[in-house]
Design a binder for this molecule. Structure first.
Ligand code: ZN
Length: 248
């Protein structure tokens, strides 16, 4: 769940009140943590220490009405391991690690920003297989640290893959990367974010895909349902669909 602490539209208190109104009994706020100094000129004011303290105050203020977990979504950035590792040692109720940025050439590109940006990355990296392998291998570096509870939108790399225009998930190399990642998640006793935001994107499917959910369940990896809400309309968006899929 995202609020005005990072890129969401509602303040934490507005979101909490809405969740109470919609009869949620537990929620977990997971705003994006700010980026390392010098990384980019956007997001430097996301989730600072003062926000963290404010969230614990809210958790306390509403404790008789709703259980609030003070979580966070960290970004894994390959050149900033030390900074991120230090930040992740801070105590949170729930820590998500996500990979939104891939370094192609000398620059970092957000893979989920637009299809056009995705194509730019693809051109620099050279092939979709290389790009996908880079994505999962960097994600595994993050998982390997053992600092996080959950992998956020694990197969975000499929976001622009409408009608499988970039790859099919049946390719042997795709299976290999996903299965390696799942094994590591299981070894590190982490869980997976079962995220309905994918329904609202061109891939039109939750993260992760059905077959990945099945493999994860075989490995007894817990799945934590979330809607990745950034505004009021998204609070419950896809929640039922995604919950049903997880048990099929
Ligand atoms: Zn994310």
């Amino acid at each position: 769940m995202h609020t005005t602490i990072s890129d969401g539209k509602l303040t934490p208190e507005e979101l909490i009140k809405l969740a109470i109104e919609k009869k949620f009994d537990t929620i977990c706020l997971t705003d994006h943590y700010h980026f390392p100094p010098g990384f980019r000129d956007w997001g430097n004011n996301f989730y600072l220490d003062k926000d963290y303290d404010k969230l614990f105050d809210l958790k306390n203020k509403y404790k008789n009405k709703i259980k609030i977990l003070v979580g966070v979504e960290f970004d894994w950035l390959k050149d900033y391991k030390e900074w991120i590792t230090k930040a992740a040692k801070k105590k949170f109720d729930y820590k998500i690690i996500s990979l939104h940025f891939i370094k192609a050439g000398k620059e970092y590109f957000p893979i989920d920003y637009s299809d056009k940006t995705f194509q730019e990355i693809l051109e620099i990296v050279g092939s979709i297989e290389k790009l996908v392998r880079t994505y999962y291998s960097e994600l595994r570096d993050a998982i390997e640290t053992g600092l996080y509870d959950t992998v956020g939108h694990m197969d975000l790399i499929k976001i622009w893959n409408e009608n499988h225009k970039y790859f099919t998930e049946k390719e042997a190399w795709y299976n290999e990367e996903v299965n390696k990642t799942l094994k590591l998640i299981s070894k590190k006793n982490m869980n997976i974010d079962l995220n309905s935001a994918g329904f609202r994107k061109p891939c039109k499917e939750q993260y992760p895909s059905d077959w990945i959910i099945k493999e994860a369940l075989k490995l007894k990896i817990p799945l934590i349902v979330g809607t990745d809400v950034h505004n009021a309309e998204e609070l419950e968006a896809g929640l039922k669909e995604v919950s049903i899929k997880s048990v099929v």
